[in-house]
Design a binder for this molecule. Sequence first.
Ligand code: ADP
Ligand code: MG
Length: 520
Amino acid sequence: MEIKVDEISKIIRQQIEGYDKQTDLAEVGTVISVGDGIARIYGLDKAMAGELLALPHDVMGMVLNLEEDNVGAVLLGEAALIKEGDQVRRTRRIMQVPAGEAMLGRVVDPLGNPLDGKGPIQASATMNLERIAPGVVQRQPVKEPLQTGLKTIDSMTPIGRGQRELIIGDRQTGKTAIALDTIINQKHLDVISIYVAIGQKQSTIAQVVKTLEDHDAMRKTIVVAAAASSPAPMQYLAPYGGAAIGEYFQFHGADGKEASKDNPGHHVLCIYDDLSKHAAAYREISLLLRRPPGREAYPGDVFYLHSRLLERASKLSDANGGGSLTALPIIETQAGDISAYIPTNVISITDGQIFLESDLFYAGVRPAMNVGLSVSRVGGNAQVKAMKQIAGTLRLSLAQFRELEAFAQFGSDLDKATQAQLNRGRKLVEVLKQGQYEPLPVTKQVLIIYAAANGFLDDLPVELLSQFEKDLYQHFDLNYSELLVQLGEKAGLTDELKEGLKKGVGEVAAQFKATHGVAG
Ligand SMILES: Nc1ncnc2c1ncn2[C@@H]1O[C@H](COP(=O)(O)OP(=O)(O)O)[C@@H](O)[C@H]1O
Ligand SMILES: [Mg+2]
């Protein structure tokens, strides 16, 4: 940096002049250098970290570095209009976003400004962008399921409301697809969704919004977007903005008043797509602020960046209204490397991960979840009981199947029992496949998994399975709707229900075999 003697001497002279009348000096500062969306400001001795600064031309700044003789701030807005020597005022406020019911169905930037051209938002409240996560006493353990509507996930890595579950995988493995299906599945449930798009192409974000609109899910969703073209500070702020908008619903009842024992808070689902790009934006800012680079050139506090975001996922105690905020962060890996810096960080912060694999994806197993490497540590407590009973051995069966399958590649002389096990495994893998935008209620998931795990599909050829699945759901909708309701209830699979299932599924199987001429 070039040292300008007259500027420095001017600052020193000002300092001496103001030596005994320190009135307002600390509240107004001067830009001493600006570039790349970063400004160094002299004279804001009392500024707080994270404080909002007011600059000319309606540009705002946010304090990130507090140094001995200046503060480093990122600029939000038209940074190019700011010049050296411009005056900067403290606002004594930290960053806030508008919040409230009026946000539903809207697409906004990380500061809550509308991006969808549908006019201004009449927000009823404002929330601090950064907020200390609810403490232990304010919480309670996760106890309700957050249904994704995806058979693979709801059966084997169930997610609870208030949990943090990571979706991780290479590009083009269906990460965003899982997130969107989960949002679509909430449209008849009491969950408000927030989709935070960080560093994505504008066209991709537009596509997401359109998909949600087409499936009538946008009315209960808020999209917070900081596209790849927006400045790094905006991308950095995006997930905090999304969390803050979500927290409004979590902490407030339907009447807009503070949630309490008699005024339940809402359930919120927050998707951060994706935190790899978020970390990269933060790295960019940090390097521009000349913070020392650490591992993979990320600054030392990049772990804190994500932990303070994800700690905000919580299930509040009944006294606090029982609202919840579930976080589904997404991480994009390079060539399946989950041991890179950011992936390991986020894995260690979350309560489990859904690991998606390119190999599976291209082999047609979609969602491409690697069952062995995916876990969910708390959601099991919240899983629907019937599903828990039926899916208990699913993971193990699939693991055994994969082992056998690898082994079976070497020869064809397999005994009957092994062949039967392989056949069963193949059917299980097949019924766990699921197309996009077709989330299934959990009771129907129980039906098909029950049918596969209990051998009803053993005689059916793989290509007919999706037709069978349709027939099965239709048959139960028409003849056993009562049973379907009971499947979702607390009691789980009672003996009576098991009998009913066996009878119903048996009927469909017999009928199906007759119409399709399958022997057995
Ligand atoms: N279950 C699925 N069935 C069929 N196609 C899928 C499925 N999941 C994802 N896809 C398709 O795969 C592509 C990549 O998915 P996407 O969610 O964008 O991946 P990522 O977010 O991991 O990059 C998209 O074209 C999407 O439509
Ligand atoms: Mg994606």
